[in-house]
Design a protein around this ligand. Structure first.
Ligand SMILES: Nc1nc2c(ncn2[C@@H]2O[C@H](COP(=O)(O)OP(=O)(O)O)[C@@H](O)[C@H]2O)c(=O)[nH]1
Ligand SMILES: [Mg+2]
Length: 205
């Protein structure tokens, strides 16, 4: 994809603030610090459009990045951060669930997990949630692949795939911000999904 104009459209704390434009959305979910913002920056060739934080957690917002009025890449609030007060957790859950359930523009939620570790209990809950609202196959991105030795990548992907219970409809790809391989794979998938959406729209005309 040739990217021309990218901007943060909205940093939403509630549904009312979600963009009103009807551009398809690809959302990125995963625990705090897994690399969601870094992946979005990498996809968009931007150093710090999406805020990459050293101290994860804090505000619960859904951030929408408009790419050439063609797609919104959506940075969902992270989970798995221990010191969150209960009210915050509740807010996080309500926000994510209503977004996954009700958001018409959402065409796919991509789950990010750390390529070095077994998925957490929260990751398993998240994939169940994603599957509950989309039965067309999950895309899982295993982040920080540069932190593994080359020989560790395949065995780790196999382990992650087993733990998440992935099947032939699901896709698991390694990703790193240090090279362009993962970026190309993720863009290929996004472009395929967008082609479907825009093709259907054309047919509907
Ligand atoms: N080595 C390496 N570090 C990464 C990668 N992706 C993210 N990080 C680092 O992981 C930390 C958390 O990243 P961030 O994008 O803020 O995670 P988020 O909380 O999921 O948005 C930052 O210090 C990033 O620089 C990667 O592919 N390789
Ligand atoms: Mg982030």
């Amino acid at each position: 994809m040739n990217i021309h104009n990218v901007s943060l459209t909205t940093s939403a704390v509630s549904e009312k603030q979600y963009p009103k434009t009807n551009i398809p959305e690809i959302a990125f979910a995963g625990r705090s610090n897994v690399g969601k913002s870094s992946l979005i920056n990498k996809l968009l060739n931007r150093k710090s459009l999406a805020r990459v934080s050293q101290t994860p957690g804090k505000t619960v917002t859904i951030n929408f990045y408009n790419v050439d009025d063609t797609v919104h890449l959506v940075d969902l609030p992270g989970y798995g951060y221990a010191q969150r007060p209960r009210t915050e957790l509740q807010k996080w859950g309500d926000m994510i669930e209503s977004y996954l359930r009700d958001r018409e523009e959402l065409i796919k939620t991509v789950l990010l997990v750390d390529s070095r570790h077994a998925p957490s209990k929260d990751d398993l809950t998240m994939i169940d949630w994603i599957k509950a609202y989309d039965d067309s196959g999950v895309i899982v991105v295993a982040t920080k692949a540069d932190k593994l030795k080359k020989s560790e990548i395949e065995p780790n992907l196999t382990m992650i795939s087993e733990k998440l219970g992935l099947d032939e409809n699901d896709i698991l790809v390694p990703f790193s911000i240090k090279d362009d391989e993962g970026k190309i794979s993720v863009w290929d998938m996004i472009n395929m999904m967008l082609a479907d959406v825009y093709e259907d729209e054309d047919e509907g005309k």
